[in-house]
Design a protein around this ligand. Structure first.
Ligand code: ATP
Ligand code: MG
Length: 227
C-alpha cells in the first residue's frame, strides 16, 4: 500500500496505435493539487483519459485509487469512476434538464436508491458550490461559471478521492476562473486530490502548486513555469 491516489510508473500513453507520451512517471498524493501543463497536442487529455480508463493502459504500471489500470476489467471501470470526479472545459451537462435533474441522473446511474439520501446529497453538493438557489434552472439558462459550479457539484456527488479536471477554466473569464479555483481549493481542503490540466498560467501563479509538464513526448515535474 502507498498513499498515492495516482501512481504512474514508466507508463506509455497511446491514442489508438499512436504513442503520445513515453516514460510517464506521475504521482498525486491524497489532498494534493497538481497541475498538468504543455502545449496543445502534447498529450494532457490523453493522459487524463487513461486515468479514468477511457483509454486503456497497455504498458507500464499505473494505479488510480488502488485500481491497477493495466489489469482493470471492463466490469471494474464503474467502480474506479465512482472514486473519481471528472470536470471538463465544456461542462458536459444535460442542457434540457434542470440543475437538480442533472445531479439526480448521476446518482441514479451510480446506484443510489433511497430518495431522502438522494435529496440530501444533492442539497449538500449544491450548497458546497453555492448553487442551491438555482437548483430548478435548466442548465442552458446558466452562465459559464455557474455551469462549471454545477459540474463540480456533480463531480462531488459520490465523495471522490480525486477530481480530474481537463482545462476547467478554458471557457471562463479571469474573474470567474479565479472563483472556480477558490472552489477547488475549498474542495482540496476537505482532503480531495485535484489533477488539473490547464493553459491558464495566471491561475498557476495565483494558486501555486506542483506542476508536471508534457513536452517532447514525455512528462517532467517542474518547479517553475516555463513560459
Ligand atoms: N481521439 C483521438 N484519436 C486519435 N488521435 C488523437 C485523438 N485525440 C487526440 N489525438 C492526438 O493525440 C495527441 C495528444 O492529444 P491530446 O488531446 O492528448 O493533447 P492535449 O495536450 O490535451 O492538447 P490541448 O491542449 O489542445 O487540449 C495529438 O497528437 C492528437 O492529435
Ligand atoms: Mg486537451
Amino acid at each position: 500500500m502507498n498513499d498515492f491516489i495516482v501512481d504512474l510508473n514508466d507508463v506509455k500513453i497511446y491514442q489508438d496505435d499512436h504513442l503520445v507520451l513515453n516514460n510517464v512517471n506521475l504521482k498525486v498524493k491524497s489532498g494534493e493539487l497538481v497541475y498538468l501543463v504543455g502545449k496543445t497536442g502534447s498529450g494532457k487529455t490523453s493522459l487524463i483519459k487513461t486515468l479514468y480508463a477511457d483509454i486503456p493502459l497497455k504498458y507500464g504500471m499505473g494505479r488510480v485509487s488502488g485500481f491497477n489500470l493495466e489489469t482493470l476489467k471492463q466490469s471494474e471501470i464503474p467502480y474506479l469512476r465512482r472514486d473519481l470526479g471528472v470536470v471538463f472545459q465544456d461542462f458536459q451537462l444535460l442542457n434540457d434538464r434542470s440543475v437538480k435533474e442533472n445531479l439526480l441522473f448521476v446518482l441514479k446511474a451510480t446506484g443510489w436508491g433511497n430518495n431522502i439520501k438522494i435529496q440530501n446529497r444533492i442539497k449538500k453538493v449544491l450548497e458546497l458550490v453555492g448553487m442551491s438557489y438555482k437548483d430548478y434552472k435548466k442548465t442552458y439558462e446558466l452562465s459559464g461559471g455557474e455551469k462549471q459550479r454545477v459540474s463540480i457539484a456533480r463531480s462531488l456527488l459520490n465523495e471522490p478521492k480525486l477530481i480530474i479536471a481537463d482545462e476547467p477554466t478554458g471557457n471562463l473569464d479571469p474573474k470567474t476562473s479565479n472563483e472556480i479555483m477558490l472552489l477547488f481549493k475549498k474542495v482540496q481542503s476537505d482532503g480531495i486530490a485535484i489533477l488539473m490540466a490547464t493553459h491558464n498560467y495566471q491561475i498557476i501563479r495565483d494558486f501555486p502548486s506542483k506542476i508536471y509538464n508534457c513536452s517532447e513526448g514525455s512528462i517532467q515535474i517542474t518547479e517553475r513555469l516555463i513560459l
